[in-house]
Design a protein around this ligand. Structure first.
Ligand code: UGA
Length: 440
């Protein structure tokens, strides 16, 4: 919404939320999310044509177009628990829009929803709506965290799904007109509403599958002497496959991939498509395996016992350039290490507050230290879990000197110079490459 306001001063954009604390933060100098470049565009548009308010009723009444961006977490209760999307916030929003509206509105699904959610929205809005008309569009968001502003400003594509009725097509054209203010026409694509809803889930499933695919070969590389970076380079030079999203890692995280695949799996099972459900579920299976394998590598490298050892996690965010820790591999790895009775020291430039919240109530020895030098001092091992660029530029000689010997580094993102670390004295365990150790 900030990008729309920034690019289109002719529209008034109001963001409403039930969480007043968040709205206050959006109205302050200290925005509630860290995202490179976001501060600048919010500062430019806020108070001009971008407003943040907790007055939801007024927001609905005044709007001609409503983008519904409520969260759709995985359901934690009842049928489909642990897999299906929890649509209660979405449904409440639909009812509130219906009850408050007194003029025609275009409703845009912005959150990621299971296929056919628009139908439910349509049914709620048109039952008992006092003759007020609505058109529902699906306009999924493809931005990735950490690069959100660039992704919004220069999107690969903007997708708008609509009904092919006269008013559905008119609503679609109106939304296209908004994006046309900065997105080239050939990148604004249209489809029917169900294709649009499904495409979002399929795109995320493909991306996650690509990471699980490359990660599935890391163990074989470590055992056979092959190097996953070299293999990925060769694979990525095939123009049919392309070089992006082939970085082997400790595993993927984030609020979307796992949730969206679980939704897809649930949907397939609902339609009796067991084989398809199993196929996509295995993408998550490999990811869980990879996170577990990372900790098992640490365990076997460090003489089959981690109890009482101090291990420093470099990074807690689910990826670099964000403070977001939702479904972060760091959380999974932390829990496993705590279960091994490790003394954990966590460092991260942006995610320490979230890390504290995530590990709150979990019994174990955990400390949080912002400075990586201080954090790793007196530790037995470092595990790189987030690919923050700053970690590649640290003085590892200094770090090595302050650590317990033998000192270990487990590079879960392959961002460090492994040969140099080995020469300094570290025992180095990358992902998908044979380890470099000083043991005979
Ligand atoms: C993902 C998609 O990339 C977006 O297109 C989509 O819009 C978004 O989900 C969403 O549905 O909202 P995001 O989760 O923000 O975006 O971040 P990604 O860049 O996709 O990274 C996801 C995870 O995969 C991170 O933990 C990242 O470190 C990991 N990753 C990524 C790898 O392990 N290897 C890679 O090669 C790429």
């Amino acid at each position: 919404m900030a990008m729309i306001a920034y690019k289109c001063p002719q529209y008034k954009v109001t963001v409403v939320d039930i969480n007043t604390e968040r709205i206050d933060q959006w109205n302050s100098e200290d925005l509630p999310v860290y995202e490179p470049g976001l501060d600048g565009i919010v500062r430019e548009a806020r108070g001009r044509n971008l407003f943040f308010s907790a007055d939801i009723q007024r927001g609905i009444k005044e709007a001609e177009i409503i983008f519904v961006s409520v969260n759709t977490p995985v359901k934690e209760f009842g049928a489909g628990a642990g897999m299906a999307a929890d649509l209660q916030y979405w449904e409440k929003t639909a009812r509130q829009i219906r009850d408050v509206s007194d003029s025609y509105k275009i409703i845009v699904e912005k959150s990621t929803f299971p296929v056919k959610t628009a139908l439910a929205m349509e049914r709620i809005l048109t039952s008992d709506s006092n003759g007020v008309g609505f058109d529902i569009l699906s306009n999924p968001e493809f931005l990735a965290e950490g690069t959100a502003i660039k992704d919004l400003e220069y999107p690969d594509r903007v997708l708008i799904g609509s009904r092919y009725t006269q008013s559905g097509l008119k609503a679609r054209d109106e939304l296209m007109e908004i994006y046309a203010n900065w997105v080239p026409n050939e990148r604004i694509i249209t489809s029917n509403i169900w294709s649009s809803e499904l495409s979002k889930l399929v795109a995320n499933a493909f991306l996650a599958q690509r990471i699980s695919s490359i990660n599935s070969f890391t163990a074989l590389c470590e055992k056979s002497g092959a190097d996953i970076t070299e293999v990925a380079r060769v694979v990525g030079m095939d123009s049919r496959l392309g070089p992006k999203f082939l970085n082997a890692s400790v595993g993927f995280g984030g609020s979307c991939f796992k949730k969206d695949i679980l939704n897809l799996v649930y949907l397939c099972r609902h339609y009796g498509l067991e084989e398809i459900a199993d196929y996509w579920e295995s993408v998550i299976g490999i990811n869980d395996y990879q996170m577990g394998r990372f900790v098992l590598t640490m365990l076997s490298a460090m003489f089959n016992t981690l109890a009482g050892k101090r291990i420093c996690l470099f990074g807690f965010a689910f990826k670099a350039n964000t403070g977001d820790t939702r479904e972060s591999p760091a959380l999974n790895v932390s829990k496993r290490l705590i279960a091994e009775k490790v003394e954990l020291v966590i460092t991260d430039p942006k995610a320490l507050n979230n890390a504290m919240k995530d590990l709150d109530g979990i019994e174990g020895k955990v400390s949080y230290v912002e400075d990586p030098y201080e954090a790793s001092a007196h530790c037995d091992a470092i595990a790189v879990v987030t690919e923050w660029g700053l970690y590649a530029n640290l003085d590892f000689k200094r770090i090595y000197e302050a650590m317990v010997k033998p000192a270990f580094i487990f590079d879960g993102r392959n961002i460090l110079d492994h040969k140099e670390l080995f020469e300094i004295g570290f025992n180095v365990f990358p992902v998908g490459k044979p380890p470099l150790t000083h043991f005979k």
